[in-house]
Design a protein around this ligand. Sequence first.
Ligand SMILES: [Zn+2]
Length: 532
Amino acid sequence: MAEIVPDISTEQQDIRQTKLAQYAAATRTKVLASPSDLDAKDKVMQEMAAWCREQGNIVVLKSATILSSDPTSRNIQNCKSLLLSKGIHPGHVYAAKQSFLDLLMDSSDEENVSKRQKGETTATFSDQQRHLRDLVGEAIKQDVSDIHIQVRQTYTRIRMRQHGELKIYAEWSEKLGREIASVAFNKETDHATSHFNPMLPQDASMPLKIRGNEVRLRLASVPAHGGFDMVMRILATGEERKGKTLDELGYTDRQIEIIKMSMRLPFGAIIVAGPTGSGKTTTLASCMEMVEPTAKLYSIEDPVEKVVEAATQVPVNTEKEDRSFAMMGRAALRMDPDVIILGEMRDEDTASVMVRASITGHLVLTTLHTNRATAIVTRLVDMGISPDLLGDSSVLRCLMCQRLAVKVCPSCAVAVVDSPRHQKYIAAWEEVLGKEVIARAKARGNGCEKCGRSGVGGRVVVAEVIWVDDEGRQFIQKCDTLGWERYLKENGWLDFRDRAIDLIQAGICDPFDAEKVVGPINPSTLAKVFKY
Ligand SMILES: [Zn+2]
């Protein structure tokens, strides 16, 4: 039988909205609709929470401020009497949207649940801890990757990195910034033994429970002139996100074919390179899904971010030498593995584990910080691996390098030729890319409902993928990256610039955003010989 859902007709809703707006106008206030309309410290008053829940359309805050979606009702009087009977002087009455009241009650409930789960009482769960949770919760809601907290002598500036770009989120007092940082380090981290000292660079891992989800963050701080900086990177949001396929990430069909081919190799190294925050771990996870279920898979991670049942995930502790990447990698090699994933090659030691694992007949997947796929070789030589060894046919097999480019929101994007901001550059782009490409290109629009007024529709991977062949190995042995790239291009290989141009032409990336990945696109920067 169909469930009967009680519904309020739109007509009744309209009448309510009008009444709210009239009340707000009469009291020279506005209809409160979101947390930003309130003082961040002002939460639901716990003594009144049960009564408010019964009423449904009224919320009393700690400051004794009363919010109601029906501010002219008799209930307001009842509320005031109840407050007075508790010895609390009632504050102002404000008109508020019902959806906002529901949100306030929900977050108050969740807070209590999380407190109970942590075995904490209202009294020990400090304002700062609540503030920290609000901040992280808001960041997760907005799909933010990092929270930057800049504490100086007179202020704290909070910025958030969303789709790769830093945006101002809030300004706090210097005191609150310091308090949040020390609460994060001293109360919430895994090993809350060390005391937070803003004069020293420090880092820690922080698990938090937010809205019932296990959230994991990495904290780092450095001293700065007049204060310190702290960055919180969100590693796991606890929400079960389905792993993206390489195709969804932005790899081309041909690139995926090459990766799949290398994943079927019995031994050798597959390396994913790219700058910090370019999504290397996500790509590694998609590759991990391709491993045959009959293969024994060891994954050495720091920290373990997402549980993968098919693999044995070995956590690393970088602070302890006997639990480093290299040590854990060597230990995994003794466990009869078929595939080893080394979360990150950080030093000579890990690089030599990678080489040893591949020449002893294992498939190794790992990541490295470099800016180009061909530069992986240079970096490994720099880490003490000999070019001869790197040129061995059982070592390097597939090299990838990736970066992330911002996509335009398809709902509000405009044609580049119609965008005033772009006019100055169109001639240069047309000269390099051709008129047809620019005619089809799209620019970020002014934002719409769908993109939260940002004009951005997520990010796409821009990647270089190299299958290391016999010819390539000769260039590797000579460390001749320029000659190697020339050879690759002659054989139809796509580098970052080619991929960026594809994305401009397809109307996926604004040329300005593509330039952030490959640098300025104009005849001078592209010339083989730069004319002064
Ligand atoms: Zn939009």
